[in-house]
Design a binder for this molecule. Structure first.
Ligand SMILES: [Zn+2]
Length: 76
């Protein structure tokens, strides 16, 4: 069980076992499971942006990669 009561928590990378702050949002869609307009989102740290993106891209699921809103590391 995860304690979800903590407010203002930084988003964490979706890669398995990774606890790094996420700075990318990978939006994807599995046409066999989802409506065409639907988007699932994986969060990625800089280190896993490529591996997660390649995983989705290899299956033809990846739709777009966007900087995570509110990410402090990408602000000037
Ligand atoms: Zn990561």
């Amino acid at each position: 069980m995860t304690d979800s009561s903590t407010a203002d928590e930084a988003p964490i990378c979706s890669a398995r076992g990774c606890r790094a702050p996420a700075v990318w949002a990978l939006r994807w869609n599995n046409p066999r499971l989802h409506d065409p307009e639907r988007r699932k989102t994986w969060l990625a740290c800089p280190q896993h942006r490529t591996s997660l993106g390649d995983f989705l891209d290899a299956r033809g699921f990846l739709r777009e990669v966007a900087p995570l809103p509110g990410s402090h590391t990408l602000e000037p």
